[in-house]
Design a protein around this ligand. Structure first.
Ligand code: AMP
Ligand code: ZN
Length: 658
C-alpha cells in the first residue's frame, strides 16, 4: 500500500508546487518521493497505474491523432476592440437580460491553444484540442507530458471536464530559439505557434522535452454538478490541483472592468507569457443560460483585445502576389522586426491606390501594425532618407504567368486575365480544400505546390483523378498519407451543395450566399440554369453577386469543369430550405411577451423561435398583448398579464406549442 500512499503524497505536493506556489518540501525531497515510487513500480510492475507520475512519457509515436467529439462545443469568443466596443457589448447583454446587473469574472486572455481535459475517477483520461470547436484531436499522450497538468486529481471525482489554455512561457520560447539559432535551424515564429506545434508532435517523448504549461479557465462538466458561479468552479478546479491564473478577478461594474483592463495592460510586458487581451465573462451560470449563444460564441462573454501593436522597419522589396481570383496584391518585404510577439518580415500594401497614396518605396522606413489575427499592414512611411528611388509601379502583367493584368472600371485591384495562371490554380485548389469548402484535410500548401509543379493536378476536378502510386511517390508523402488523402477526397464527394459552391470560389459568393443558393436550388444544374432576376430575389444575393453567379455558369470552361466533377462522382447533398411558417402556427400574427427563464432555452432563443413562427415579440405587457410565455421566476410581467386577463403559458406549454 506504500505505492498508493506515495501517489497521494506526490499529488498533494505537486499541487503545492505548481498550483499554490507554496511548496512544503524541497525539490530534492519531492524527487525522492518520485524515486521511491519508481523503485516500487519497478519491482512490482503490477502496481504501475496510468496516473503514476513515473508514467508521464509512456506513449509511443503515433501516425495521426484520433478525433474526438466534444460534449459541448468549444466556442470562440466575441471580440471587442477598445472601450466603446466593450460598452456596446455590455449594453447589448443587459438588454437581453432586461437590465439585470450580472457579476463579471475577468481573466487574462492567454495566447496559446485551448485544450479540454477529461478526468475519470480522478485520473486524466483524455485531452482533446479545440479543433473546429465540435471535433478535436485526441492528444492525450502529449498532454500527459506537461508537468503542471496533474495525471491524478487531489480527489477521485467520478467525472470532470475542464478547459484551459496550453502555452509556452516567453523565456522558454526565447531559450528554444536561441538554441535553434546556434544550430542554424529555422526559428519558431512565436510562442503560440510553437506551443501548438508541440502539442501536435507525433512523438510524446519529444513533447516531453518542451516546457509547455497550462492555465485552466473553465469547469465544463462535473458529475457532482456545476457550481452556480463560474468563480466557484475555478476554486474547485484549483482545489483539485489544476492551475488557474492568479491574475483572475471579479468585477461588479463596467468601470471596474475597465480598471482591470488598464491594470493588466501595465503588467503585460512583465508577464512571462503572452496575453492578447482580457476575457470578460458573466459569473452566474443562470444568467449565462439566459443570455445564450450564437452559433459562433456565447453572448455572456467577450474578449477585449488590446489595440494593434505597431513597429517600424525598412522596406527591402515590394512584391506582387497573385490570389485565387487572379487579384494582384502588393506586399512589402521588410527587414524582420519583432511585433506583438512575432517576427514580421512582410506586410500587405492592399492595392495600387494605397501604395500610391502612401507612396511607399523600397528603402523607406515604414510604420507597420498588426491587430488580432489579421496580417500585418503598412500604415505609413515615417522616414524616406535616403530616397531617390523610383515610385512603385503596379505591373500591368501578371508577375507569375506574364499575362495581361487588367483593372476594371470601379475596381481597385488588377486581375490576371489568364484562367490557366499557375498561381491562381494553386490558390483555387487550396480554397476548394479549405475548411469552409470541401474540407479535404491534408491538402495543404506544400502538397498543392508539388501537385501543380509535377502537373498531376491543374484544376479541382483533377484532384479526383489522383492515384495512389503517383501520390505516394511525392516528397514527404508515403503510402499511408496518400491513402488518407484519397479517402478524404472520396468523402468530400458528398459534401453539402453549399460547401461545393463556396469551394468553387465564385466571385462574391461567401458562405452565407452559398448557403442560401443551396437552399433555394436543389442541384447544381438547377442553379446553372437560373436567371439573374431569380437569383436577385434571394435576401443574401444582390445584383453584383447574381451577375457573378450567372457569369460563372455561363463560361464554357466552368461548365466543363462541373461536368468533369460530376463525372468523377461528385454528388453534393441538397440543402433543406428552412421550413415555411405554417398558417396554423399558434403564434401567427400574435403579439407575444417572453419573461422569466425557460429551462434549456435562452430568452433570446425563445424570442427568435416565436418570430420564426410568425409571431411579433414585445418587451412589455399591455392590452395589445395576445400571449405571455412565463418561465421560472417570472415577475411583474406575469402579474400584469393576470391582471389584464391575457393568456399565459408556462415553459412546458410553450415547448409543446413550438
Ligand atoms: P478566439 O479564438 O480568439 O475567439 O478566443 C477564444 C479562445 O481564447 C479560447 O478558445 C481559448 O483558447 C482562449 N482563451 C485564453 N484565455 C481564456 C480565458 N481566460 N477564458 C476563455 N478563453 C480563453
Ligand atoms: Zn497569372
Amino acid at each position: 500500500m506504500r505505492a498508493a500512499e506515495l501517489r497521494e503524497r506526490i499529488a498533494r505536493h505537486r499541487k503545492l508546487y505548481y498550483v499554490d506556489n507554496d511548496p512544503e518540501i524541497s525539490d530534492s525531497e519531492y524527487d525522492a518521493l518520485e524515486r521511491e515510487l519508481l523503485a516500487i513500480e519497478r519491482s512490482h510492475p503490477e502496481l504501475i497505474a496510468a496516473d503514476s507520475p513515473t508514467m508521464r512519457v509512456g506513449g509511443e509515436p503515433a501516425d495521426g491523432f484520433a478525433t474526438f467529439a466534444h460534449s459541448t462545443p468549444l466556442l470562440s469568443l466575441d471580440n471587442a476592440y477598445g472601450e466603446q466596443e466593450l460598452r456596446d457589448w455590455e449594453a447589448r447583454l443587459r438588454r437581453t437580460l432586461e437590465d439585470e446587473q450580472p457579476t463579471y469574472a475577468v481573466e487574462p486572455k492567454v495566447d496559446g491553444l485551448s485544450i479540454s481535459l477529461h478526468y475519470r475517477d480522478g485520473v486524466l483520461e483524455r485531452a482533446v484540442t479545440r479543433g473546429d470547436g465540435r471535433v478535436g484531436e485526441d492528444v492525450t499522450g502529449n498532454v500527459r507530458t506537461i508537468r503542471s497538468i496533474p495525471l491524478r486529481l487531489i480527489e477521485s471525482v467520478r467525472y470532470l471536464e475542464v478547459r484551459g489554455e496550453v502555452f509556452l512561457a516567453r523565456s522558454a520560447f526565447e531559450e528554444l530559439n536561441r538554441r535553434r539559432a546556434e544550430t542554424n535551424e529555422s526559428l519558431y515564429a512565436n510562442p503560440r505557434n510553437a506551443a501548438a506545434g508541440f502539442v501536435r508532435l507525433k512523438d510524446p517523448r519529444v513533447t516531453a522535452k518542451r516546457p509547455l504549461d497550462c492555465f485552466f479557465y473553465e469547469l465544463a462538466a462535473d458529475e457532482d454538478g456545476l457550481p452556480e458561479r463560474h468563480v466557484a468552479g475555478l476554486d474547485r478546479i484549483r482545489d483539485l490541483g489544476l492551475k488557474t491564473n492568479p491574475l483572475n478577478d471579479k468585477c461588479e461594474s463596467l468601470d471596474e472592468i475597465l480598471a482591470y483592463v488598464e491594470h493588466l495592460r501595465e503588467l503585460r510586458d512583465s508577464l512571462d507569457y503572452e496575453i492578447d487581451g482580457v476575457v470578460v465573462k458573466v459569473d452566474e451560470l443562470a444568467v449565462r443560460r439566459e443570455a445564450g449563444a450564437t452559433s459562433k460564441f456565447p453572448r455572456w462573454a467577450v474578449a477585449l483585445k488590446y489595440p494593434a501593436q505597431q513597429a517600424t522597419t525598412r522596406v527591402s522589396e515590394i512584391r506582387v502576389q497573385v490570389g485565387r481570383t487572379g487579384k494582384l496584391t502588393p506586399v512589402a518585404e521588410l527587414e524582420p522586426v519583432a511585433l506583438a510577439g512575432t517576427t514580421v518580415s512582410r506586410a500587405t500594401l492592399h492595392n495600387e491606390d494605397e501604395v500610391e497614396r502612401k507612396d511607399v518605396r523600397v528603402g523607406d522606413t515604414v510604420l507597420i501594425e498588426k491587430a488580432g489575427e489579421i496580417i500585418p499592414q503598412v500604415v505609413k512611411v515615417v522616414e524616406t532618407k535616403p530616397r531617390g528611388k523610383r515610385r512603385f509601379e503596379m505591373p500591368t502583367r501578371c508577375p507569375v504567368c506574364d499575362s495581361a493584368a487588367d483593372r476594371e472600371e470601379g475596381e481597385v485591384a488588377r486581375y490576371c486575365t489568364n484562367v490557366a495562371c499557375p498561381a491562381q490554380q494553386r490558390e483555387k485548389l487550396l480554397h476548394f480544400a479549405s475548411r469552409g469548402g470541401m474540407d479535404v484535410q491534408g491538402l495543404g500548401e506544400a502538397l498543392v505546390e508539388q501537385l501543380t509543379a509535377k502537373e498531376l493536378v491543374r484544376d479541382v476536378a483533377d484532384l479526383y483523378g489522383l492515384e495512389l502510386d503517383s501520390l505516394s511517390e511525392l516528397e514527404r508523402m508515403g503510402v499511408k498519407s496518400a491513402e488518407n488523402l484519397l479517402a478524404q477526397l472520396e468523402e468530400s464527394k458528398t459534401r453539402p451543395l453549399n460547401r461545393l459552391l463556396f469551394g468553387l470560389g465564385v466571385r462574391h459568393v461567401g458562405d452565407r450566399a452559398a448557403q442560401q443558393l443551396a437552399q433555394s436550388f436543389a442541384s447544381l444544374d438547377a442553379l446553372a440554369e437560373a436567371e439573374a432576376e431569380a437569383l436577385e430575389e434571394l435576401d443574401e444575393i444582390g445584383p453584383k453577386t447574381a451577375a457573378a453567379v450567372r457569369l460563372f455558369f455561363d463560361q464554357p470552361a466552368n461548365r466543363e469543369l462541373i461536368r468533369r466533377l460530376v463525372e468523377a462522382g461528385l454528388r453534393p447533398q441538397p440543402v433543406e430550405p428552412p421550413a415555411p411558417v405554417a398558417e396554423d402556427s399558434p403564434f401567427a400574427g400574435k403579439t407575444v411577451v417572453v419573461t422569466g427563464t425557460l429551462p434549456g432555452r435562452s430568452r433570446a432563443e425563445a424570442k427568435k423561435l416565436v418570430e420564426a413562427l410568425g409571431g411579433r415579440v414585445a418587451g412589455s405587457v399591455s392590452k395589445k398583448t395576445d400571449l405571455v410565455v412565463a418561465g421560472e421566476a417570472a415577475g411583474s410581467k406575469l402579474d400584469k398579464a393576470r391582471e389584464l386577463g391575457i393568456r399565459v403559458v408556462d415553459a412546458d406549454e410553450f415547448e409543446s406549442l413550438v
